[in-house]
Design a protein around this ligand. Sequence first.
Ligand code: FAD
Length: 351
Amino acid sequence: MRPIAGVDITLVSPVRFAPYSGMLPGLIAGHYKHHECHIDLERLARFAGARFLRTLSHDVDPARREVVLAEGPTIRYDILSIDVGSTSAMAGIPGAAENAIAVRPVETLLQAWNALIERAGANGLGMLAVVGGGAAGVELLLAMQYRLAQLFERSTVRFVLVTDTDRLLIGHDPKVHSVFKRILSERQIELHFVSRIARVEPNVVVMANGQRIAADAIVWATGAGASPRLSETGLALDTAGFIAVNEHLQSISSPAVFAAGDCATIGGYAYPKSGVYAVRQGPPLAANLRRSLAGVPLIAYRPQHRALALISTGDKYAVASCGPLVFESAWVWRWKDYIDRRFMAKYNVPG
Ligand SMILES: Cc1cc2nc3c(=O)[nH]c(=O)nc-3n(C[C@H](O)[C@H](O)[C@H](O)COP(=O)(O)OP(=O)(O)OC[C@H]3O[C@@H](n4cnc5c(N)ncnc54)[C@H](O)[C@@H]3O)c2cc1C
């Protein structure tokens, strides 16, 4: 929105419509339409005077300062900002990638969800399994259950949630676990704690203790993994494979490369891979891209100590969690809805 004379900006994305994950459970539950929770990147780029290329960046060569695209010519850059997010952490679990529905990329999740709705309408569904007891797994499960009950009055689909932890929503106050355990029990959801998954077969989750859970579909929501592509870039990575950056959000190995959000890890700080942190990195990232071009000192980003999480329960009800403060009500959902819509309105630029 504040172009710099002589600077050309290119935005590369494999999708034109970028999903806002905060509203994704609400989309699955049927509370939002697709356009309400997606940002039109092509339109946004046009508005900002940037070039938009709808393709995947395939590789980065920091030595030659080039980005290789899946389709189209290689792009040379003076400054590169990598913000490619994370993938569903499936590595190391045989059969997971082939037999489970990953929550990322979101487009694939939404396609799979629409196909499941069709199947539910045609033949009915017996059991849906969700793997992962974090916010994404719990919210998606409750949203799916709500939507199926709304669409099909006689829906008898059962849900099971499997997690390798001994409680739900690790990283939040234990009261959040108690609240969600109660809500999931009230909704007759079968819960398996401390259950490590050994492998996934077609329509079967096989636990390390040999127990098998048959399901019509298996949704994989075990957290953020690093894209394997990052390891091919030659950029310095952390032990989990994310781009290692300093507090200026600048690669520790290539000063012309910046990275933010889920795909980057800032040395010396421990914070979750979540949208709250990714969004807060936007302003210092933008400032540092400008500063780097102008050759002036960069500013530091310091993650906040704690973040407010508003976790929905499918039925226009939500739980607020901020450190030791935990409360739940339909009012919390309306608060979340207000914040999310206000966030999206910022990107809803004139066409
Ligand atoms: C179901 C679900 C619900 C969530 N709810 C919340 C929530 O309520 N609050 C919260 O704080 N966090 C939430 N999160 C986490 C949140 O989604 C992430 O932390 C956040 O999206 C990270 O932002 P990002 O910009 O780093 O990555 P993303 O939002 O994932 O964006 C990355 C973008 O890069 C693009 N891309 C990927 N690879 C390439 C490539 N090779 N070339 C070009 N482009 C590429 C992708 O298409 C995508 O548009 C949720 C996650 C899930 C899965």
